[in-house]
Design a protein around this ligand. Sequence first.
Ligand code: 6GU
Length: 300
Amino acid sequence: MRIDIVTIFPEYFGPLGVSLIGKAAERGEITFAVHDLRHWTHDVHHTVDDAPFGGGPGMVMKPEPWGEALDAVVEQGVRRAAGQGQSPAAGQVQAEAVGRGQPPLLVIPTPSGVPFTQRRAVAYAAEPWLIFACGRYEGIDARVADDARSRLRVDEVSIGDYVLAGGEPAVLVMTEAVCRLLPGVLGNVASVADDSFGAGGGPMAGLVEGPSFTRPRLWRNLEVPPVLLSGDHGAIARWRRDEALKRTARNRPDLIRKLAPAQPDVAGVSRDTPRSPLNDHDRSVLSEAGFPVTGEDVAH
Ligand code: 6GU
C-alpha cells in the first residue's frame, strides 16, 4: 500500500516510523510519503490560508496550493508506479493498481465528514493507494474537494464527535487503524478477526471486546476468571462473548440497540429476524446483567 500525506506539519508524522507500522514500512509493505503543502506556495511568506468569504472567525486554507499539491502527488505517484525508485513490493502493488486505471482514494479529515469506523478501515486497507489531505484552521476551501472529485474518489471523514485543531492527528489515527489490517503488519493475524466492532464479521460482530488476562493467576488478591484456565474452548468462547455483551451494554448501549433493534410486534414476524444477531442466550445474559433488550424479556 502507498500512503501520501499532504500537511503543513510534516514533522507531525515521525511516529509512522515507529512500532509495527514503522517495521512494515522498513520491509517495504507500506510506503509513506509526507509532503509539505508550503512547497506549492509561491509567495515569500508561503501563505496557505486566508480570511473566509462571508466573514466569521478563523482562517480557511487557500485552494491554489492544495490544487497544485494534489495534482503533483497524483502525477508523481502514477509515474513512480510506472517503475522507478520504490521498493519492489509496494511498487508492484501500486503499478498493478495504476495498470488497472485505478486512481488513488483521497481522504480529507474534517469534523464534518462521515464517521471513520472499523468497516471503513477495512475498506481502506483494500486500497492500493491513499492520499490524506490535512486541513488546518477552519478547513480547506470547499472547491478543492469538488475539483478533486472530477478525477478522484474523495471521502471527507471524521474520527469522532469532537473538534481537533487540524487533520494531522486524525490521519495518524486512521493510518494506524488501516495499516494494522494489512497482511503481515500485525504479528498475530487471527487477532484482527476478534477485534472490537468485528467488521470482519467474526464472533464479536458489533460488540466491543471483553477483558483480557495474563500471568500471574493471582495478583493483588485478584484472580483470573477460572473458565480461562479450564481448557474448555467452547466454554471460553461463550464466556468471552458474554463478557463482550455486558461490556458493550455498559459502555456502548448504542451498539446493543443496533444488534437488537426495537421490533414492532407484527403478527407472523419472528422475534429473531436475521436483523438481530442476538440469540436467546445473549438476551438472557444482558437481562441478568440488568440490561433488558427491547422489552423482549418482559414479553416472555
Ligand atoms: Cl478528521 N479533523 C479535525 N480537524 N477534527 C476532527 C476530526 C478530523 N475528526 C473529529 N474531529
